[in-house]
Design a protein around this ligand. Structure first.
Ligand code: HMG
Ligand code: MG
Length: 308
């Protein structure tokens, strides 16, 4: 059942940087995307078209999209919370057009209200025309289901609550189901229970996992997903990330750590770990801190020892 090839979607430029208090230059964001694709990432979540009042760091969305030099065949995605966001994402024509948009809801009502200022049901009403318009424009549409195994406001979240949102997204035409542990409280069996609900409605090729690593469970959770045959994961270079509306949650699982684990298991990702570690070192340097990736740190230390 364990897949022999895994696709990683680096969400660092979006999930990673959205949580940074210090303004990050547009040129740095563009450079980060370039470094990730040079390391072999074929799917990159570049930015989000959300309200700049809610998330000021993503206000340069169109400039970032316009500035990236694309690699043919790669998939560049952006988050859109509503029709205004989709229209903004499409306004620049081919120069800024994403290949994929992500609509994001939550399995818990409380998180839905905090993150996108509406109930789950209202979010689906809001997303339905967005999904239809995105599909009509030829974009792929992916969902993110936040708080699939726990919510910072509600606490426990049940697989039934996850399946409820999976079904609603499916009904409005969303093509891919992303299951997210926003606050990193998931453990392998709980994660499998949530994933199994997604797999009831989507083929395994259209289900992915998105794990924040607050409690150090993300690699175990990814392994638990591999056992179900799931072979697509969101990860974040240098372990950047967080959601401004999920206080206390830390970054996504680091892309470097996941690549190290998968390589060790003989699973192909198409990613050059050395180049990825450089990308992680670059963005961590800009942000003024060491990479939050254990593998990244270890490999940089080893490199320094060899050079000394
Ligand atoms: P609202 O205030 O209810 O929206 O926010 P509104 O429709 O009443 O509009 C209020 C103002 O926002 C208006 O401007 C709109 O024009 C503007 P004003 O008239 O006051 O000047 N506005 C926008 N501007 C730019 N782009 C837009 C947009 N929409 C409205 N798209 C809204 C509702 C959804 C917009 C807001 O709550 C929002 O932007 N939320 C986004 C929060 C966010 O980005 N969270 C982080 C991403 S999700 C995440 O990290 C989780 C994930 O990683 C998975 C996981 O880990 O769980 C994906
Ligand atoms: Mg996230």
């Amino acid at each position: 059942m364990i897949p022999d090839r895994v696709t990683l979607v680096d969400v660092g430029p979006r999930d990673g940087l959205q949580n940074e208090k210090q303004p990050v230059d547009t040129a740095v964001k563009i450079d980060l995307v370039h470094r990730l694709q040079a390391a072999g990432l074929r799917e990159i979540e570049v930015t989000s078209y959300v309200s700049p009042k809610w998330v000021p760091q993503m206000a340069d969305n169109a400039q970032v999209m316009a500035g990236i030099q694309r690699v043919a065949g790669n998939r560049y995605s952006v988050l859109v919370p509503n029709m205004l966001g989709l229209q903004a994402a499409l306004a620049g024509g081919d120069a800024t057009r994403p290949d994929e948009v992500v609509v994001f809801g939550a399995a818990s009502q409380a998180f839905s209200r905090r993150n996108i200022n509406c109930s789950i049901e209202e979010s689906i009403e809001r997303f339905a025309p967005v999904v239809a318009a995105a599909l009509a424009a030829g974009l792929k549409v992916r969902s993110a289901i936040s708080c699939a195994v726990g919510c910072p406001y509600q606490g426990e979240v049940t697989p039934d609550e996850v399946e409820h949102l999976v079904k609603l997204f499916k009904q409005i035409g969303v093509q891919h189901c992303g299951v997210a542990d926003t606050i990193g409280v998931g453990t392998p069996r709980k994660v499998q229970a949530a994933m199994e609900r997604a797999l009831k409605h989507y083929p395994v090729s259209e289900v992915s996992g998105h794990f924040h690593d607050t409690y150090g469970q993300a690699l175990a959770n990814i392994y638990a997903c591999l056992e179900l045959g799931i072979h697509t994961f969101d990860t974040s270079v240098a372990g950047l990330g967080g959601c401004p509306y999920a206080k206390g949650a830390t970054g996504n699982v680091a892309t470097e750590d996941v690549v190290f684990m998968l390589q060790g298991m003989g699973i192909d990702t198409g990613i050059d770990l050395d180049a990825l570690v450089d990308a992680g070192g670059y963005i961590s340097g800009v942000l003024g801190r060491p990479p939050m990736s254990r593998a990244g740190k270890a490999l940089l230390t080893k490199r320094a020892q060899v050079e000394a």
